[in-house]
Design a protein around this ligand. Structure first.
Ligand SMILES: Cc1cc2nc3c(=O)[nH]c(=O)nc-3n(C[C@H](O)[C@H](O)[C@H](O)COP(=O)(O)OP(=O)(O)OC[C@H]3O[C@@H](n4cnc5c(N)ncnc54)[C@H](O)[C@@H]3O)c2cc1C
Length: 361
């Protein structure tokens, strides 16, 4: 050993460079990856979670199946209509109801095996989806981008698409010393997110929720309470209760046990006479963006080695918005022709073009 200490570990060899690395296997990242792969691009999707889905999240607890993130989805535009056709053909979706206290005619769709199944459907034909791998930082390199993972390995792509909540995506760039256009960065920084707490309660008998098995609330700690059995996804009664952003913010730093006890007391009107078999608390730090970008995605670095942002902060804080944003990002990346010549026909999203973005939130 010399005076400089031990020899540094050799840097792990990067895997082969792909056309696009997508950070995040939530609905937006998977939608983008599908569009890119269908057009012949080589795509790697990487996610820190144990499974695909992000905020589409389903858990098995004490024999119940519980959605603890998104509860249902709606369809307004043609993109989601086409996806619904696919899901119907696969027999994996059903209509839960057409409104809660008052029917409003708009179908609320749920996946028969829980909302994660929507992400699994999108991922099923993708050739390279890597879960359980956290991106730690992203650096600019010759010919594209290097994504350094928590296991010391590295993914490289000509283009990179970020679909994690924006504060998380921007932190990866900061750690890698990537500076975005001074006009665009503050606008991205200005999009912050509300948190939510989810209480999951498995019951030994029917809940006290009226049909169709959910209530939307504007008073008290909860904004939405759903019975996963009434929704048609769980063999046994199990409630999901989502707190308001105010309650989540005020009580975020409290420990799980005390929080769970209090929130279970507050859940008594919907638990009714049933016994609690098991209860869990889940925290969503980035549950919903407080404002959205005015375009369906943001091309923050354009040219032949683009860097794009997408997700529900771009086309609305719901499943359909995230899905459409992912598709728009896929289109933008195809038009940028990663690794090839720049197409001047537009991007489908706002673009910094190395200077100012074309639009502002
Ligand atoms: C409690 C709750 C209830 C909701 N209810 C509804 C509803 O009923 N209907 C509806 O339409 N919408 C609902 N939503 C909103 C909906 O879930 C989201 O809009 C949508 O799922 C967002 O998808 P996304 O792809 O933009 O982001 P995400 O699903 O958040 O995907 C981002 C992914 O990035 C990954 N990631 C983050 N950092 C890293 C990293 N460093 N390395 C690797 N991977 C990383 C994450 O693990 C995650 O999987 C709800 C959301 C919450 C939280």
């Amino acid at each position: 050993m010399d005076d400089n200490g031990p020899e540094p570990e050799p840097a792990p060899a990067p895997t082969a460079t792909v056309d696009v690395v997508v950070v995040g296997a939530g609905i937006s990242g998977l939608a983008a990856a599908r569009r890119l792969q269908a057009a012949g691009r080589k795509v790697t999707v990487v996610d820190k979670g144990r499974s695909v889905g992000g905020r589409l999240a389903t858990r098995r607890i004490s024999g119940a199946r519980v959605d603890h993130g998104a509860q249902f989805f709606t369809q307004r535009g043609p993109e989601m209509a086409a996806l619904l056709d696919e899901l119907r053909a696969a027999g994996s979706v059903h209509t839960w109801c057409r409104g809660f206290a008052e029917p409003d005619g708009h179908p609320r769709y749920v996946m028969a095996e829980g909302m994660t199944a929507l992400a699994k459907h999108l991922a099923r034909d993708l050739t390279d989806v890597q879960v359980g791998r956290r991106v730690e930082r992203v650096e600019r390199r010759d010919g594209g981008w290097s994504l350094h993972l928590d296991d010391g390995t590295c993914l490289t792509g000509v283009a990179v698409l970020f679909t994690a909540p924006l504060p998380q995506s921007l932190e990866l760039l900061d750690r890698g010393g990537v500076e975005l256009d001074a006009g665009i960065r503050p606008e991205l920084d200005a999009i912050d997110y509300d948190a939510a707490l989810a209480v999951l309660v498995v019951l030994d008998g029917p809940s006290a929720l009226p049909l169709p098995g959910a209530v939307q609330l504007d008073r008290g700690p909860f904004t939405f309470v759903a019975d996963n059995r009434a929704k048609g996804i769980s063999p046994r009664p199990a409630l999901t209760l989502h707190t308001s952003p105010e309650v989540a913010a005020r009580r975020w730093d409290e420990d799980d046990a005390a929080l769970l006890e209090d929130l279970l007391d507050a859940a008594a009107p919907w638990i009714g006479g049933a016994g609690v078999v098991e209860a869990q608390l889940k925290r969503w730090r980035y549950a919903a963006p407080r404002r959205t970008w005015p375009e369906p995605c943001c091309v923050a670095v354009d040219g032949v080695e683009p860097l794009v942002f997408a997700g529900d902060a771009f086309d609305g804080p719901r499943i359909e918005g995230a899905y459409r944003s992912g598709l728009a990002a896929g289109t933008a990346l195809l038009r940028a022709r990663p690794g090839g010549a720049q197409d001047s026909s537009g991007t489908g999203g706002s673009s910094s073009a190395g200077s100012k973005p074309s639009t502002r939130p």
